[in-house]
Design a protein around this ligand. Structure first.
Ligand code: ADP
Ligand code: MG
Length: 250
């Protein structure tokens, strides 16, 4: 159970003058999912990559990134990137078990069973021994989700994890993620207000240059929420904030 806090956080890529975001204050509580929405290019992936410890030498960061209890945050994180980052030369199950392989552990019967169980849950057990290069974009995203769940870390960072999925599969996997990740600290980036409303205990919209965070009051019911009438007005509120500086808006 790990809480993560960003205080007065500002970040500028080395060589840039303008910060990507500034003065962010947000508390990611254990056992909750924070959904982060924002127009394309506003800095969502940058924020997640910074928390994951992936941006060190190429950024100037001011403010604080802290955890409670105080731990090495990077060691406690499973990160699912916006691009699936699968190993194309490995088959599906070896990708799911990749973290164990990386640690030099033997892939035991128990680990294999666990991986097959997760692949079953994401609907890909029958593809376990197929090379990932033969999968569709949506199937690769599901393998990446299984790999993220396999790591069983207390903090899970997901960058648009369901974006390549059809509506029915997306709905199923949102439910799956909500149940399997219930105890963890989740940061979920999404461009879909409905996804944020279904899964977010806490919802924030990131926008502006430099970007700042705007909290949205989520519906009161437990996640995963069924889409109901309450969604419409909050969704409207979110869409307004997303339109503020969306350079793709007509
Ligand atoms: P989002 O995920 O919200 O679409 P990103 O975090 O990917 O946005 O990008 C935010 C901004 O930072 C963009 O203008 C992008 O061009 C810039 N950016 C991303 N990565 C780098 C980098 N390594 N160096 C410099 N600028 C970058
Ligand atoms: Mg992004």
């Amino acid at each position: 159970m790990i809480d993560i806090k960003l205080s007065q956080a500002s970040l500028t890529y080395v060589g840039d003058e303008q910060p990507i975001f500034s003065n962010l204050n947000v508390h990611f509580k254990s056992g909750t999912c924070t959904a982060i929405l924002g127009p394309s290019g506003c800095g969502k992936s940058t924020l997640l990559r910074y928390v994951a410890g992936l941006l060190k030498d190429n950024v100037h960061f001011s403010g604080q990134l802290t955890s409670s209890p105080e731990i090495e945050i990077e060691q406690s994180i499973a990160y699912m990137a916006q691009q699936d980052l699968l190993m194309p030369w490995l088959n599906v199950i070896d990708n799911v078990c990749f973290a164990s392989k990386l640690r030099g552990e033997k892939v035991t019967y128990t680990i294999t069973e666990q991986a097959l169980n997760l692949l079953d849950k994401v609907g890909l057990k029958n593809k376990a021994y197929q090379p990932v290069s033969e999968l569709s974009g949506g199937q690769k995203q599901r393998v990446a989700l299984a790999r993220t769940l396999m790591q069983d870390k207390p903090v899970v960072l997901m960058d648009e994890p369901f974006s390549a999925l059809d509506a029915v599969t997306r709905h199923k996997l949102q439910n799956l993620a909500a149940s399997l990740l219930a105890e963890k600290t989740i940061l979920l980036i999404t461009h879909d207000p409905q996804e944020a409303l279904r899964l977010g205990h806490q919802i924030v919209v990131m926008n502006g240059t430099p970007a700042t965070l705007h909290p949205i009051i989520p519906p009161p019911n437990a996640v995963p929420r069924d889409i109901d009438a309450q969604f419409a007005s909050i969704q409207q509120q979110i869409l307004k904030l997303l339109e503020v500086d969306d350079d793709t808006a007509q």
